[in-house]
Design a protein around this ligand. Structure first.
Ligand code: AMP
Length: 192
């Protein structure tokens, strides 16, 4: 069964957590552009060196870098039968790029899962994660900027996918297991 899922939602909505659980259950690669970038930063690769200053400030890394990264990753053999994208696309340019790329790779059809969580919950969750996982960009100032960037750049993707009939919204402000169940329900039919 082919499943291609894009996880949308603000920082702290639980995209990474849910994507990980679902990827395991559906035996699909979990492709987190944030994780790939953090690894590149830690390994001091050319990509990591270019990306770091944007990430530290809570800004988006330039599209060109992300698009090369995603093209390469989706071209890997393990992505042929499906994938879960977490953190990409983050703006309309990236979403249009993906819509052009997928037919080229013979990967047709996907769903966008939008996790809805109120703002005050996001801030609390992100500050908690910052103290638990030590993520550089989980401090109050950077979180504020990431939420702003989300509103300006990423939120328009909700409409982008709605008009293409790809959007499935899920309440992300519920216990982890319940959110997983809702996502399973909306993705249950397979073939997206
Ligand atoms: P995340 O782990 O998804 O919250 O991403 C952490 C940081 O990595 C973001 O704040 C951005 O600086 C960068 N990043 C991750 N994915 C993207 C993307 N699709 N486009 C631009 N920047 C990204």
């Amino acid at each position: 069964m082919t499943r291609r899922l894009i996880f949308l939602g603000p920082p702290g909505a639980g995209k990474g957590t849910q994507a990980k659980v679902l990827a395991q259950q559906y035996h699909l690669p979990h492709i987190s552009t944030g994780d790939i970038l953090r690894q590149a930063v830690a390994a001091k690769t050319p990509l990591g060196q270019k990306a770091q200053s944007y990430m530290d400030k809570g800004e988006l890394v330039p599209n060109e870098l992300l698009q090369n990264l995603v093209r390469e990753r989706l071209n890997q053999p393990d992505a042929k039968e499906g994938w879960i994208l977490d953190g990409f696309p983050r703006n309309v340019g990236q979403a249009s790029f993906l819509d052009d790329l997928l037919p080229e790779l013979d990967q047709n059809g996907y769903s966008a899962i939008n996790l809805e969580v109120p703002d005050h919950v996001l801030m609390t969750r992100l500050l908690e994660r910052g103290s638990k996982e030590g993520r550089q960009d989980d401090n109050e100032e950077t979180i504020r900027r990431r939420l702003e960037v989300y509103r300006q750049e990423t939120e328009p993707l909700i409409d982008f996918y709605k008009v293409r009939s790809k959007l499935k919204s899920v309440n992300g402000n519920l216990p982890l297991g319940e959110v997983t169940e809702f996502i399973q329900k909306v993705t249950a039919s397979g073939n997206i």
